[in-house]
Design a protein around this ligand. Structure first.
Ligand SMILES: Cc1ncc(COP(=O)(O)OP(=O)(O)O)c(N)n1
Ligand SMILES: Cc1ncsc1CCOP(=O)(O)O
Ligand SMILES: [Mg+2]
Length: 216
């Protein structure tokens, strides 16, 4: 049986630290290079004022291009500042309260390598569940390692989209697409690409498009 065309899309996460004097232009050039479903602003060490300035500068860059703008870690700030949603980890507060607060806005939940956490997130009303890390990464000290069978299991049973994250590159992403990932979330593959971020985004787009889809 021929492999199905895949519907997987790129989910871009910002670098952990950015220079606001130049990053909005870098981001615009990068998003203009190809397809990207959403951008997550993930500035783990930024003081509150700097985070708000970053949201104000970057949100219009993404949203004006039809790219959903999600904020990491803070649902209340996401709502207050006009983001499209928030991504919360298992330590990032009360998910049910965030769901209620966000209303129609997007809520994504980290589920590591856990079927249990994913089903709980789904029941709670998450718009997507995120699994990882699939490969070694230097972007985060990841404590959990996920395997492709988790994506196969989730996508064969549930309608809620799943995101794969952690060390994903153009060279290693095909099995994740074939296993059923709806989105591939990357930092380094784009922002640390040797030929620049726009080329990194193009390379991820090409690799996703070339990957066989799930055999369903
Ligand atoms: C799409 C996506 N998946 C997982 C994470 C990790 O979230 P979390 O476990 O809360 O860790 P931090 O990102 O907050 O360090 C994510 N941010 N995005
Ligand atoms: C935020 C996060 N959560 C699990 S791994 C990871 C980092 C992903 O970055 P990279 O794509 O550079 O490995
Ligand atoms: Mg978090």
């Amino acid at each position: 049986m021929a492999a199905a065309q895949n519907d997987c899309r790129l989910y871009l996460v910002t670098p952990p630290r950015i220079d606001l004097a130049r990053f909005p232009d870098d981001l615009a050039r990068t998003l203009d290079a190809g397809d990207c479903a959403c951008l997550q602003l993930r500035l783990k060490d930024a003081p509150p004022g700097e985070l708000r300035r970053a949201i104000d500068a970057l949100r219009p860059v993404a949203q004006s291009r039809g790219v959903a703008f999600l904020l990491n870690d803070d649902a209340a700030l996401a709502k207050e500042t006009g983001c499209d949603g928030a991504h919360l980890g298992q330590e990032d507060g009360d998910h049910a309260a965030a769901r209620a607060l966000l209303g129609e806005m997007t809520l994504g939940i980290t589920c590591h390598d856990s079927r249990h956490l994913a089903m709980r997130a789904g029941e709670m009303g998450a718009d997507y569940v995120a699994f990882g890390a699939f490969f070694p990464t230097t972007t985060k000290d990841a404590q959990h390692q996920a395997e492709t069978d988790l994506l196969e299991w989730w996508s064969s049973i549930f309608e809620i989209p799943c995101v794969a994250i952690g060390g994903i590159t153009a060279a290693n992403c095909a099995p994740l697409v074939t296993a059923g990932a709806d989105f591939l979330a990357v930092v380094g593959a784009v922002w640390n690409h040797p030929d620049g971020a726009p080329e990194g985004l193009r390379a991820m787009n090409a690799a996703i498009a070339a990957a066989p889809g799930p055999a369903r």
